[in-house]
Design a protein around this ligand. Sequence first.
Ligand SMILES: NC(=O)c1ccc[n+]([C@@H]2O[C@H](COP(=O)([O-])OP(=O)(O)OC[C@H]3O[C@@H](n4cnc5c(N)ncnc54)[C@H](OP(=O)(O)O)[C@@H]3O)[C@@H](O)[C@H]2O)c1
Length: 205
Amino acid sequence: MRIAIIGAGRVGRALGNVWHKAGHEIVWNLRDPDDPKHQDLPGEKLKTVGRGLTKSDLTVLAVPWEAVEDACREVGEDFGGVLVDCTNPINAEFTGLDTKGAHSGAHYIKTLLPRARVVKAFNQTGAGNMADAYYEAGRPVSFVASNDEAASSVVRQLSEDLGFDTIVVRGLEHARELEEMAWLWISLAMKQGHGPDFAFALLRR
Ligand SMILES: NC(=O)c1ccc[n+]([C@@H]2O[C@H](COP(=O)([O-])OP(=O)(O)OC[C@H]3O[C@@H](n4cnc5c(N)ncnc54)[C@H](OP(=O)(O)O)[C@@H]3O)[C@@H](O)[C@H]2O)c1
């Protein structure tokens, strides 16, 4: 699969590196591809967000919440491909979420890119768990939420490639709970002393 990733920060890098090793083709959309910090990225590096998206099977949005308007503007409002939204709408005070009046951050992104097939995924756990999902106790869970069954199925496989026990949740309306779940993980990891080396799992009987 050819995967465009917007943003090569902690999340973009973690996802891109593992998917590259799993045999996927990665196309990075970077503001400055010549920056030495991007030297070790595997795959193609394109300048200007938006280039290369049309030739990719799906696009991953991995930018800070405050950058989503800019990034989506570059993607272009006509974009009708699969957009995997990894962002979390964390407020500037770092005290909770701010979805700018929308039902969820994913819904806000949908207002910016109305034709995009938005899938909420890879937002609920830390980038360290995306880079390495191995836990001796079992596989961490990862939820994929969308209104688009075909798109969810593709993203489900990518999540399995990362090593997650993956649950497809029907309906983008559940993106809201997934963003709250992310805030819970962040609060535990960064505010309540648990650190980043833990993950949520799903038990079945
Ligand atoms: N970190 C985590 O553990 C984690 C886990 C789950 C979800 N998330 C969410 O995932 C998103 C990315 O987080 P992160 O930790 O990967 O952030 P990060 O390490 O700060 O990286 C952000 C990336 O976005 C790029 N960027 C910033 N503004 C941009 C713009 N206007 N257009 C295009 N690219 C832009 C940056 O590029 P430059 O290098 O050019 O500045 C950088 O590569 C956030 O919404 C976050 O809430 C994070």
